[in-house]
Design a protein around this ligand. Sequence first.
Ligand code: C2E
Ligand code: CA
Ligand code: CA
Length: 518
Amino acid sequence: MWSLGLALIAMWVYGMGRQTQRPVVGAVATGALTVLISSMFAALGTLFLAIYSQVSMLAVVLAGVTLVIAGVRTQLAFRRLVKLADIRHIAHTDDLTGLPNRRALYADVPARLVKRVNGPSALLLLDLDGFKEVNDSLGHDAGDLLLIEVGARLAANLRDEDLLTRLGGDEFAIFLNDADRDDAIAVAVKLRAALAQSFPVEGISLHSSASVGIAVFPEQGHDLKALMRRADMAMYRAKASRSGHHVFVAEDDSHGEDRLRSLEELHVAIANDQLLLHYQPKISMVTNEVHGVEALVRWKHPVRGLLYPVSFLALAEEAGLMGKLTDVVLRLALDQAVVWQQRGLFLTVAVNLSASSLVDLDLPERVGAMIAARGLASSTLMVEITEDFLMSDRARAKDILTRLRAGGVRVSVDDFGTGYSSLAYLRELPLDELKLDRSFVLPMLEDSRASALVASTIELAHSLGLTMVAEGVENAKAFEELARFGCDQAQGFHMSKPVPAEQLDLWLRQRGADVLAE
Ligand code: C2E
Ligand code: CA
Ligand code: CA
């Protein structure tokens, strides 16, 4: 008994030591508990033995001390457990509303789904409409108060067994136990009706509405992650259609997957030389010479064939691929300029820059290096920028354009007349050319106002010392009219569509060598 007692004490001390190294885990570790319980039994056993037989006094005292220490130790473990439960509660609770939070949702729902394999349940994502306006106009405190009230009102309209959580911001997730599609819709309608009643916040009565996306288990997802994704898509659909609530259907997803597929393909296209350029000439209206061409990007898609910018530029912009695309276009355009120059054709090549090129402060240096590496004169390159490029961040645009132009690159304002900008930038920025948008040129012959605008824009350009180029010149009449107004250059289907370089060579040759500028 003595040796057993000593061994148990030694084990207990060992257990305590481990525990101080890993306090939280140790408190619940079964190993430590086994040691504790066996020590208590051993001590009790010793005491029982002392009743019936002769046991040394020291053993009895030691057994008593063991029991006292074990009692204290149990008390400590109990306190730790309570504290642990507190921490868990805090970690699973949203500070502002006191509702369970996202962590609670992810901790709780998977277990509920396992239990509900045979019956339906539903996940609702609820997002307040116009919450940002409340925050912006009344301040964050009012926004917070509104969220608290909304949380309380939602809770009051749900059953005890449902799980209401705040995911963050103005977004709530609700898991309905034992609810099919119709039940879920009924709950969504009820909750929206409850939120439609005004909220008294800081003495004002606020009105709130919400959009609810619904995904039903198990049809629309077997786990929480799938249900969340689909409820989210349904919620966006509800918001976009202003329908209040929407139950996920397969079509809601198709756009997303299509988009991902073409995004992946666009990455490949940029990396694997599937992008190519077509060139459209700009023709002098005075001498009929061709001074330059505009490079327009195309995508030779392996399955869909030749794609025009309208079908992929927005995607490139959204996906942050515009910088890479612009680099490819610059490389192809400058390479082509080299080929032309080797044949004695000194054409200015114009490349379109998008507004996102503004974030790229290294652009002027990169462009300079690309031109130098090919031994070209800087004036071979022209960049075409739109007014939104100029307007999105005037100071940055000015910085980038000034550095480009200081390097000798020429600058043109594209789609001139379509932006809602002030004309002040014409005075401030370093420019060479204005390209009158085709929406003025096309109706010019029928519409006297359009033709007056064209005439005065040409005058404006000249008074600023800029070259005027008309886009969208589709017929001889428009060409003649523009020439009469004194327009410098023309570009459009009347002269040539944008075509591959070889085809442009052919076109140039047919026009005769005399029309080429030196
Ligand atoms: P944009 O810069 O205004 O380019 C002229 C567009 O007008 C071209 O369309 C061209 O095919 C079309 N066009 C030319 N002549 C005529 C005509 O007589 N009548 C009519 N109705 N249209 C004419 P495209 O090639 O589809 O390009 C569309 C737009 O895509 C371009 O408009 C430009 O903003 C953008 N884009 C094209 N290539 C690039 C590029 O490499 N980078 C960037 N960032 N944008 C590009
Ligand atoms: Ca252009
Ligand atoms: Ca244009």
